[in-house]
Design a protein around this ligand. Structure first.
Ligand code: SF4
Length: 74
C-alpha cells in the first residue's frame, strides 16, 4: 500500500484566486462565498503530484500537504 497524505487548508486566508481549482479540480471547487472548498481530506501517492502542484499554485500559500507522520511536504 502506498503512502497517504493529508491536506491542511487555512480557508480563512483564501483569497479566491482559484488556481488550486484549475490544477486539481477533484480536490477543490469554488464556494459561493468566493473561497475554495476542499473536497478531499486524505489521498494516496498517485494523487500526490497533482495535489502538490495545486498547493504550490496558491498565491497565498494556504494549502499544506502533510504525510501521515505530520511532516510537511508542501
Ligand atoms: S489557490 Fe489558494 S487562494 Fe486561490 S482559491 Fe485556492 S486556496 Fe484559495
Amino acid at each position: 500500500m502506498g503512502k497517504k497524505y493529508k491536506i491542511v487548508y487555512n480557508r480563512d486566508a483564501c483569497i479566491g484566486a482559484a488556481s488550486c481549482i484549475a490544477v486539481a479540480p477533484k480536490t477543490w471547487k469554488m464556494g459561493n462565498d468566493g473561497k475554495a472548498i476542499q473536497l478531499v481530506t486524505e489521498f494516496d501517492e498517485k494523487d500526490l503530484q497533482q495535489n502538490l502542484d495545486a498547493a504550490r499554485s496558491c498565491p497565498v500559500h494556504v494549502i499544506k500537504i502533510v504525510d501521515t507522520t505530520g511532516k510537511e511536504v508542501a
